[in-house]
Structures are given as structure tokens and as C-alpha cells.
Design a protein around this ligand. Structure first.
Ligand code: COA
Length: 276
């Protein structure tokens, strides 16, 4: 995995977490900055070229100027560094009233831009996969969003990309709607949750014992129809390598307090809108 173009000087980074890889090397989770754009672009290039043609749309490669603007607007990029080398990254977006684009395509807004955060461009070096690094980055993102006093977590994942949506489901997000990728018309899940739900209700949300429907991940038509009927994808089952997605009615996802705050009401409204 040692690649000179992926080397990172971490002296200017904010350190947020650490762990140990399978090869017993330690890793650090940090916030990258504009000085790190060259290694960020290099990791993106390595991951993109490692994907077979049928999976190229798993990612939406970003340009140098995207990252320059991203950092100028004080949006973070979470990076994972091991042995001085960048092995994983995730782009975190904080839309604002002036810059409201969430990058969520046709998904209906869940709240005002300054209440949401979006994770994009999650990439793990091919040599470092399957070690929960994506889970670790998602956890760091959720911690950041709480600190930023934002309410809604949003992400997109190609329906064929189980390594991606499995991480978001494991982290307490839900599949709430789907749309077609404009590049190849493949199905893409819109994923959402409310920070409050994760904090108070995580086990209930992911671990409902009797989901209303269990659908094989390849059965896109049944998944589309379940979402149209107001069901939400909230968990998954490995099923010996043929993953199943668990769906239940949005009503089961009651918030802990009966006194809903405005942003929570807005989240529930979104589920109703998503049905229609
Ligand atoms: C998606 C990606 C970021 C995941 O990174 P990772 O660090 O390997 O992910 P993690 O180890 O945290 O979790 C992956 C999990 O996916 C699940 N999973 C994915 N596909 C699976 C499958 N076919 N069968 C069973 N489990 C699967 C498992 O829970 C697995 O963890 P586990 O096997 O250790 O229990 C990485 O594969 C990657 O960079 N892919 C290419 C780029 C990409 O698709 N990015 C996503 C953009 S949204």
C-alpha cells in the first residue's frame, strides 16, 4: 500500500480517532485540509481504476476545483492515515442557505440546508478493505454532525454496492427512496436518518425483530414498490453472500419523545412525502 503520492504530512491535521489494522499497523482518523488535495485525488484515481467497468458508477469522481471550493467553505474531508499514507477518505458536506446544494440529486429536501449533512465520495484503498474503516469514518462523521448542531444525515449508495449501503444501515441510516443514476440509469438509494434517532433509538431501529418485508438485494422492483408503500429499509442480513434488506413501515420508527421538535416533525413529513 505504500505509494509516495499518498503520503500525508499530518502536522496540520485535526486528529479524531485511531485504531489498528489487520497487519497490526496503527491508523489515525484525521480531518484533511487543502494541502492534502494531491493525495486525495490520487486515492480517488487508484480506487476508480480498481473498479471494474460495471462498478465505475459506484463513485462520482470529484475535481481539484471541487476540493478547493469544498475546503474554502470550511467543509471537512475525513482521512484515514496509516504509516504516513492516506488509505481512506470521505467528503463531508455542510450545505448552507447561500450554498444549498446537497448533492442528493432528486431526493426531496428533508429540512433547511443548514440542518443537514451529506457524506460523499467514501473511498477505502483496495488493500485496506473489509476492516471496518468505512464504519469508522461514518462514526466520525456522525460525531461531527452532532457537534455541528445539524439534525439530518444523508447519503447515496448504488443499490448494487452492498459494501456501501451495508455500512450506512449498520450506522443507523435508512433507505428512504430510490432514483436512477443519470449516468447509467442504475438504481441508487437515498439514505437518511435523524441524529436524534441514532442517539436514542439505535437498537430498536436496526434490530426490529419482525421486519414487515425481507427482500433480496437484487430484487430492485420489490424494493421500489416497498419504498412506494411507505416502508423504510432499516437493516440487512448477510444471508451467506446473498444479502437481504429488511423493510418496515415508517410508523414503527417512533421517536422517543411525544413532544416532537420542529425538525423531527419535518423528518416524519419527509417519510410521508417519500411515499407519495
Ligand atoms: C464501500 C467501501 C468504502 C467500504 O469500505 P470498507 O472499509 O471495506 O468497509 P467496512 O469494512 O467498514 O464494511 C464493509 C461491510 O460491508 C458489508 N458487505 C458488503 N458487501 C457485502 C457482501 N456482498 N456480502 C456480505 N457483506 C457485505 C459487510 O458488513 C462488510 O463488513 P464485514 O464483512 O467486515 O462485516 C469500499 O469497499 C470502497 O472503497 N469501495 C469502492 C468505492 C465505493 O464504492 N465507495 C462507496 C461510495 S458511496
Amino acid at each position: 500500500m505504500s505509494h509516495r503520492d499518498l503520503e500525508i504530512d499530518t502536522t496540520s491535521c485535526v486528529h479524531v480517532d485511531s485504531g489498528t489494522l489487520r497487519n497490526e499497523q496503527p491508523y489515525d482518523v484525521v480531518h484533511l485540509n487543502s494541502a492534502h488535495i494531491p493525495p486525495i485525488l490520487k486515492l480517488q484515481e487508484i480506487v476508480e481504476s480498481s473498479l471494474p467497468d460495471s462498478q465505475k458508477t459506484f463513485i462520482f469522481p470529484k475535481t481539484r476545483s471541487f476540493f478547493q471550493t469544498h475546503f474554502e467553505k470550511t467543509n471537512p474531508v475525513i482521512g484515514v492515515i496509516s504509516n504516513g499514507t492516506l488509505i481512506a477518505q470521505s467528503i463531508i458536506r455542510y450545505p448552507t442557505a447561500e450554498r444549498p446544494d446537497t448533492g442528493m440529486g432528486e431526493m426531496r429536501p428533508v429540512d433547511t440546508p443548514n440542518k443537514v449533512s451529506v457524506i460523499q465520495g467514501m473511498l477505502v484503498h483496495p488493500d485496506a478493505r473489509g476492516q471496518k474503516i468505512a464504519h469508522t469514518m461514518t462514526k466520525s462523521w456522525i460525531d461531527l454532525v452532532k457537534q455541528a448542531d445539524r439534525t439530518h444525515l444523508l447519503a447515496k449508495a448504488t443499490a448494487d454496492n452492498s459494501s456501501s449501503w451495508a455500512v450506512f444501515l449498520d450506522s443507523g441510516m435508512h433507505i428512504v427512496s430510490m432514483e436512477a443514476d443519470p449516468r447509467d440509469k442504475s438504481a441508487v438509494y437515498n439514505m437518511h436518518t435523524n441524529v436524534e434517532q441514532i442517539t436514542h433509538n439505535f437498537n430498536q431501529l436496526t434490530g426490529l425483530e419482525s421486519p414487515d418485508k425481507i427482500i433480496p438485494m437484487q430484487d430492485i422492483h420489490s424494493i421500489e414498490s416497498a419504498l412506494g408503500d411507505g416502508l423504510i429499509g432499516h437493516a440487512w442480513d448477510r444471508n451467506g453472500g446473498k444479502p437481504l434488506v429488511h423493510f418496515s413501515h415508517g410508523d414503527k420508527f417512533a421517536l422517543p419523545s411525544t413532544e416532537l421538535r420542529a425538525e423531527e416533525k419535518s423528518s416524519l413529513n419527509f417519510f410521508k412525502l417519500a411515499r407519495g
